[in-house]
Design a protein around this ligand. Structure first.
Ligand SMILES: [Zn+2]
Length: 230
């Protein structure tokens, strides 16, 4: 069992009591309200913003992690080619997984303030691969992407993964509700993450614990600033 006796368990995906269900996804009350308003505004401009991923629990993120670490789920490189994990060291496997999946306990998707979105007028969720090409100007979510660049801030959302930063892939589909996610980020404590991972059944545990400070710096703290609106 996980040790949930840590401060602010909501920051690490251990509790869902601060979340409400909207359109099948769990979000904080304020994130849900802001999303509803944004969705209505975009609809006027013929863009159907729908969520394809929102809150994820630590347990869920850990099962994704373990499946990739154990070769039960395909691991892709940045060019979308399958990687043979047999040839990699533990540290290399950690890096390869982190190209596409968040470290359990260190995902902004634990908070209920962050969502992945697509334009349901142009592509359905089964077809969506959630890759950058789909969000380029001539891709099915190109119009959505342009619209978000201009309008997301009006609803207090921003895009934390905009450019390739320090090994984190750009995610033009990932929105964060800034008024709350900035608070979560401030309260985030790497000591709690270490405690949590130590008590979990996560694969590659010792490789992760040895590099935890570096990983938290890169994947939790080193993200784009909120663009200040004029
Ligand atoms: Zn995301």
């Amino acid at each position: 069992m996980l040790n949930t006796n840590i401060d602010n368990p909501a920051l690490y995906g251990l509790v869902q009591t601060h979340l409400v269900n909207i359109q099948g996804y769990s979000l904080t009350v304020k994130t849900a309200a802001a999303f509803n308003q944004m969705q209505q505004q975009a609809a006027i401009e013929n863009i159907d913003i729908q969520i394809c991923s929102a809150h994820r629990t630590f347990e869920k993120q850990c099962s994704i992690w373990n499946a990739k670490a154990q070769g039960k789920r395909v691991l892709l490189d940045l060019q979308n080619h399958a990687i043979d994990i047999e040839s990699l060291s533990d540290n290399e496997i950690v890096d390869a997984i982190l190209c596409w999946s968040a470290l359990p306990g260190a995902s902004r998707h634990h908070w209920g303030t962050d969502i992945d979105v697509f334009d349901a007028n142009q592509i359905n969720q089964q077809q969506l691969k959630l890759i950058s090409d789909e969000y380029l100007t001539d891709g099915p979510c190109g119009a959505l992407s342009s619209w978000l660049q201009l309008n997301a801030h009006k609803f207090s959302f921003y895009l934390p993964y905009q450019v390739d930063q320090s090994g984190v892939s750009p995610e033009p589909w990932h929105l964060s509700y800034y008024p709350e996610s900035k608070q979560f980020l401030t309260q985030y404590d790497p000591k709690n993450l270490k405690l949590l991972l130590s008590n979990s059944n996560i694969s590659l545990k010792s490789a992760l614990i040895n590099r935890l400070d570096e990983l938290v710096e890169r994947y939790v703290y080193f993200i784009a600033d909120y663009p200040i609106a004029d």
